[in-house]
Design a protein around this ligand. Structure first.
Ligand SMILES: [Zn+2]
Length: 636
């Protein structure tokens, strides 16, 4: 499947002029579109027919009602019409109440148009089909979101650490359509303006220019996004937020009790931006701020441009989990600047980002930490590949009849990264860096397919530097299942030392207090605890807790692994901590495997279901979905 995408802005400019000429005539009278039946478009996860008509800019005007859990108001869509005679606009919607649709003529007058919502297609939602008179290039839709909108989480006062209500969006991969009617495909990019009114005592922020550093007493906020973005990067949040500056163009927003620790934890942010620029060219988004969300945020982070979202579970007190911040920042180039045209091409977005993240970590903390992180990723990827559906063991995957949520597994991330590691090794770092820099420039603010990358790499790498890599080898990475045999496995001396110590301890040759843990990095600890899978009993875990107090860990990565071991060993103090953990944290990376492991254990499923029922009101819809699948409460 090849996604067609109109890349040339000049083509659009010409078409716009044509359209403008045609608007000199009166818009055509209302008539129903010849065929109102709508199929999914070129992107199998969107109904948008974007080769024929495409959103170029949107203007949002929304009221946020925290108690009714709705966003309501209107959006004005500016359209480019590559096929001026094509007389309908199909938008993606899911669980939206559409109140009115009007065309706006070139004089700014409203023109009622006929429209209807098509049938419900489950996670794809319902197409909104609008008859589009000739010469019209603006449409206004009055609508409201529903409390159950999948892309928005509304938290009550008692579900946040500030004790005040909170709302945040998660639009990736295809949930923007649950809060804005739009062409919800990464193939389309647009700029936007927004006015949002919220409660006077809460701050509204968006992934855009215009975020304030303090509360606006009127409750009204204005935003402008000058760089074109795909819909999955639309982001809004409302809460009791404070701001702390980190550098001249960077800072952090968080609820009051997180703001101090967050500002300390992320104090290298400005330095990270400098490293990114040195590697791959200018940061093109103005400011870069972070927003710390409540612990129910289902992901580690989300790369919303200008304002990336992060989970508070990376605030470890020692900066040891900052790879995640490096990752979200790296997306400012890989993904936000050059993104995948459809979700089958997600590796172009995430694989590049994991590679870039590793380069930032190396520049900040050295090659040893980079290697430890690479080895953790490699080992995790081997497990994933061993268990994954055969369709999911390669970089370019057919997702056409599946929920694009399923794109998000380790393969596009880590296998994509090891593909780029391999290219770097074959061509040398200098050549490969120069290639990447050119690549980001060449495709800046575009959405591309794996085949676009392949063609570009053929010309600028393979043929420009002959004898290093063949196209057959590249195609093996892209289209063949599993890791190619010629992939390069990372090695870590530090992990080998941990393995040696671990074996001696398990064999009874040394005591716990002889393990040299004071020298271990967080990642060595992670490697150690992963290696102890199914090897501990409750008594040993108690002895380890007496020595290392793992059950009281503030580092969530270590704590998570300790809780996984506690489930296997049915270790009581760990189970008590686990209950508290599941009630507090909704990050899927942790909750999904914990629930899955409980469901598989011979003692834990009923207990897990009972804990889940209590935790559920505080979970994001995505966390609920994953937990229910893990517990066998809903279908895959
Ligand atoms: Zn990412």
């Amino acid at each position: 499947m090849k996604v067609l995408f109109v890349k040339s802005i000049t083509v659009f400019a010409t078409i716009l002029l044509l359209a403008a000429c045609q608007t000199d005539e009166a818009p055509q009278p209302l008539k129903p579109a010849p065929d109102m039946k709508v199929e999914v478009g070129t992107d199998p996860h969107s109904f948008a027919e974007y080769e024929k008509v495409q959103i170029s800019h949107m203007t949002l005007d929304l009221d946020a009602d925290m108690s009714r859990r709705t966003l309501s108001g209107h959006v004005v869509l500016d359209l480019e019409r590559p096929e001026p005679g094509f007389q309908r606009l199909v938008l993606d919607t899911r669980d939206l109440d559409i109140h009115d649709v009007n065309a706006i003529d070139p004089d700014g007058d409203f023109l009622p148009v006929s429209w209807h919502l098509g049938k419900d297609h489950g996670h794809l939602g319902r197409p909104l089909v609008i008859v589009l008179p000739q010469g019209i290039s603006q449409v206004r839709i009055d609508y409201s979101s529903r409390p159950e909108a999948f892309g928005l989480q509304w938290l009550d006062a008692e579900q946040t650490s500030s004790g005040r209500p909170f709302m945040f969006s998660q639009s990736q991969p295809h949930y923007a359509r649950t809060w804005v009617p739009l062409q919800d495909t990464p193939a389309v990019r647009y700029t936007f303006d927004a006015t949002v009114r919220g409660p006077r005592d809460l701050m509204v922020v968006m992934g855009a220019d215009g975020n304030l550093f303090e509360l606006n007493a009127t409750g009204e906020y204005h935003f402008h996004m000058p760089e074109p973005i795909p819909s999955y990067l639309m982001a809004i949040a409302i809460g009791d937020l404070e701001f702390a500056e980190i550098g001249p163009r960077s800072g952090v927003y968080a609820e009051p009790q997180w703001i101090g620790p967050a500002a300390e934890e992320f104090d290298v942010l400005e330095e990270m931006i400098d490293i990114g620029e040195n590697l791959y060219g200018p940061y093109r988004w103005g400011r870069y701020d972070l927003l710390v969300l409540p612990p129910s945020f289902p992901f580690g982070g989300m790369e919303n441009p200008r304002l990336s979202y992060v989970t508070p579970t990376i605030i470890a007190g020692d900066g040891s989990l900052l790879a995640l911040v490096a990752h979200e920042l790296a997306h400012s180039w890989s993904g936000n600047l050059v993104t995948n045209a459809a979700w089958r091409d997600l590796w172009l977005n995430e694989g590049f980002t994991v590679y870039f993240e590793a380069r930032i970590m190396e520049a900040l903390y050295g090659a040893e930490i980079r290697d430890q992180l690479a080895k953790l990723a490699w080992d995790g990827l081997q497990d994933t590949l061993a268990q994954a559906d055969p369709r999911d063991r390669q970089l370019v995957r057919d997702l056409s009849d599946r929920d694009p949520e399923q794109a998000f597994m380790r393969v596009p991330y880590d296998m994509g990264r090891f593909f780029l590691d391999w290219l770097e090794d074959r061509f040398g770092r200098e050549t490969f860096d120069a290639f990447l820099r050119e690549y980001f420039d060449h495709f800046a603010f575009e959405s591309i397919t794996s085949e676009d990358f392949r063609d570009y790499a053929r010309e600028h790498l393979v043929e420009a530097h002959p004898g290093r890599v063949s196209m057959d080898e590249i195609d093996e990475w892209l289209y063949e299942p599993g890791m190619p045999e010629f992939a390069i496995a990372p090695e870590s001396d530090a992990f080998e030392q941990v393995d040696d110590w671990g074996e001696r301890w398990l064999a009874g040759d040394i005591e716990l207090d002889e393990l040299p843990v004071e020298d271990w990095s967080v990642h060595q600890w992670r490697h150690f605890l992963i290696g102890l899978e199914n090897k501990l009993d409750a008594e040993t875990m108690m002895a380890m807790d007496n020595e290392f107090a793992l059950v009281e860990q503030q580092n969530y990565e270590i704590l998570f692994l300790w809780l996984m071991r506690a489930i296997e060993a049915e270790y009581e103090p760990g189970i008590e901590r686990l209950e508290q953990f599941l009630l507090e944290v909704g990050r899927n990376k942790f909750t999904r495997p914990l629930y899955a492991s409980l469901a598989e254990s011979d003692w834990g499923r009923d207990w897990a279901v009972e804990v889940y029922e209590r935790a559920r009101p505080g979970y994001h819809p995505l966390t609920r979905q994953a937990a229910e699948r893990a517990l066998g409460l809903s279908e895959e």
